[in-house]
Design a protein around this ligand. Structure first.
Ligand SMILES: [Zn+2]
Length: 66
């Protein structure tokens, strides 16, 4: 599938497939519902769409699942 990139959700670390991503594109993680933004396309990097005012403790909590 051409143009399909795989990136990781920074919140729950689920793998998201994004077709033809563009920098700045926003999408919602199907696993945790977090709104993410494409930070880079090759390789695909996803980051929080909303500014982070709080410490990223959520990431540590979700890591326990693995
Ligand atoms: Zn997620």
């Amino acid at each position: 599938m051409e143009g399909l990139e795989v990136g990781k959700c920074p919140v729950c670390e689920a793998l998201l497939e994004v077709s033809r991503p563009t920098v700045g594109q926003q999408l919602e993680c199907p696993e945790c519902g977090e709104v993410l933004q494409v930070a880079s396309t090759s390789p695909l990097k996803l980051y929080y769409a909303l500014p982070l005012d709080e410490e990223p403790l959520i990431e540590e909590e979700h890591r326990k699942r693995l």
